[in-house]
Write a protein that binds this ligand. Structure first.
Ligand SMILES: N[C@@H](CCC(=O)N[C@@H](CS)C(=O)NCC(=O)O)C(=O)O
Length: 314
């Protein structure tokens, strides 16, 4: 392991129990693909004073990844300062996913990263000496550790036991992951066929129709859920009740991808299935999400930029 140096990154300070001792472990920095990133999985041998600008939370990921966006959005919602370290096997600054010449961010295939996240995927989050992967688990961790209110659904959910509230919130997070992971053709395929493939290979009508059909199946369930919450609570609905929770984040990212991809596909003149299903409850829920500064910072603006569309005109 290299020489021990202070963990430091510009402009980030936070209160965390790990640091209230007024001491932190000196953390080694590792060279990963020619870039220096801070590694938190190996403890060093010295205890040093907390630097005033210490970055406690670090996210490894890429802003065009919906799973990374969940984490960035959750951190903004919880007002947790963090540093983003760009990491990916696939997409780098100038690359398209399948462009042979595309330069990947790297990092994910290094021993240091694999020790934190053996799947070699993004995102991973480190918080002091603790690391966690799987985007939904990271979001739950952020809420539980840094902003427990994000687990309270309000309304009828508020009368539930804490474990039941958490289960209600978690259901919609896991539903999102299951739908996206179980279907070989879904939101990720939409992003590929609309944006990530080299220009000449984009817009295949059959692939587009399949991806739109699969994504619509997920969004239809959400539409029904939001309608049911609105009826039960007599309030504007979020997935777990009349208040925003961490449960809105994963589906919010997928729905953002849906709207941005459709807008980009239309702008590129691609042939879309007719009619593209419209989901009024999801649409108005998403428009409410779009007003949240944390959503815009962590997810909306990143995804819109990825697809070359204006978030407010989508
Ligand atoms: N279930 C995992 C899935 C992680 C995943 O598939 N991440 C994608 C990005 S959304 C990835 O790492 N792709 C390869 C890469 O970018 O290097 C999670 O939710 O964190």
């Amino acid at each position: 392991m290299g020489a021990c140096v202070l963990l430091s990154a510009p402009g980030v300070v936070m209160a965390h129990p790990f640091f209230r001792t007024n001491a932190i472990w000196a953390l080694p920095k590792m060279k990963m693909h020619g870039r220096t990133v801070t590694s938190t999985f190996a403890m060093a041998d010295a205890v040093v004073p907390t630097p005033p600008d210490a970055a406690v939370v670090v996210v490894y990921g890429r802003p065009s990844s919906s799973n990374t966006q969940k984490v960035l959005w959750a951190l903004h919602e919880a007002s947790v300062p963090f540093t983003l370290e760009l990491a990916s096997a696939l997409l780098g600054p100038k690359s398209q996913q399948f462009a042979a010449e595309g330069e990947a961010y790297g990092v994910v295939d290094t021993p240091g990263y694999l020790a934190m996240n053996p799947t070699a995927r993004v995102p991973t989050l480190t918080d002091g000496g603790f690391s966690v992967f799987e985007s939904n688990t990271i979001c739950r961790y952020i809420a539980q550790q840094h902003c427990p209110a994000l687990f309270c659904g309000g309304g009828s959910a508020a009368s539930l036991a804490p474990a039941q509230q958490a289960a209600t919130v978690s259901t919609w997070m896991d539903f999102s992951l299951d739908q996206n992971g179980a279907s070989a053709v879904s939101f990720g395929t939409l992003a590929e066929v609309v944006t990530r493939l080299p220009e000449a290979e984009r817009g295949d009508p059959e692939t587009l129709a399949k991806a739109i059909g699969a994504a619509a199946k997920t969004i239809r369930v959400l539409d029904t859920r939001l309608q049911a919450v609105a009826a039960a609570e007599l309030a504007v609905p979020f997935v777990a009740g009349p208040e925003f929770t961490i449960g809105d984040v994963p589906l919010g990212c997928e729905v953002t991808r849906w709207f941005c991809c459709l807008a980009s596909a239309k702008a590129q003149g691609f042939t879309l299935p007719k009619p593209v299903p419209s989901f009024p409850h999801v649409r108005s829920w998403w428009e409410r999400l779009r007003e949240r500064p944390a959503f815009r910072e962590g997810c909306g603006l990143q995804e819109a930029a990825h697809h070359g569309v204006d978030l407010d005109a989508v």
